[in-house]
Design a protein around this ligand. Sequence first.
Ligand SMILES: [Zn+2]
Length: 196
Amino acid sequence: MSNIDQCRDIEELNPLCQILLNKALEEIKTAGINPLIVETYRSQMRQNYLYSIGRTVAGTKVTWTQSSIHTLRNAVDVVPQRKVNGNMTAIWKASDSETKKIISIMQKYGFEAGANWTTSPDSPHFQIKGVSKNAKSYSSTNTNSYITKMIQKALNETVDGKWGANTTKAVNKFRKQFGWKEDGKVGVQTLKKLIA
Ligand SMILES: [Zn+2]
């Protein structure tokens, strides 16, 4: 596999992102939708290559950025696929009802949806933005409003997207049930339990 090939492997994503994505995919399938993972991790070399299309290489532009969250292992592209005239077909349409359902489920699990961007909306794109590159846990100092909302909802706390003292307290209370250190962090094990 060359460095500019497309990668669809979920295991190439950040471990926390993997947990949230797998949980969302489970719910998407339960809703009767057949999701197609189009792309997960993207090497910087592939991002640069995609950026060159329509600029230094002939073709129509496919991306507007050289610094994608895909390169940080925290983004995934998902579209629904279903039979159209007997052929399994990927649906690339923001107004499609299955696309809309995927967007609402992915948001529930803390992903920011590209469909909601006001400039250059990208309906198959979902990302976890603003957390450190190799994040092993979410905490008051390493989160974003989408992730915080998801965690607050799972903890039955007020959902305001702001990780304050009350959120830390609720995280610690949750951790305590399992005999874990009250460090205010939601790591891989806590996240698994939290959204189980
Ligand atoms: Zn994307």
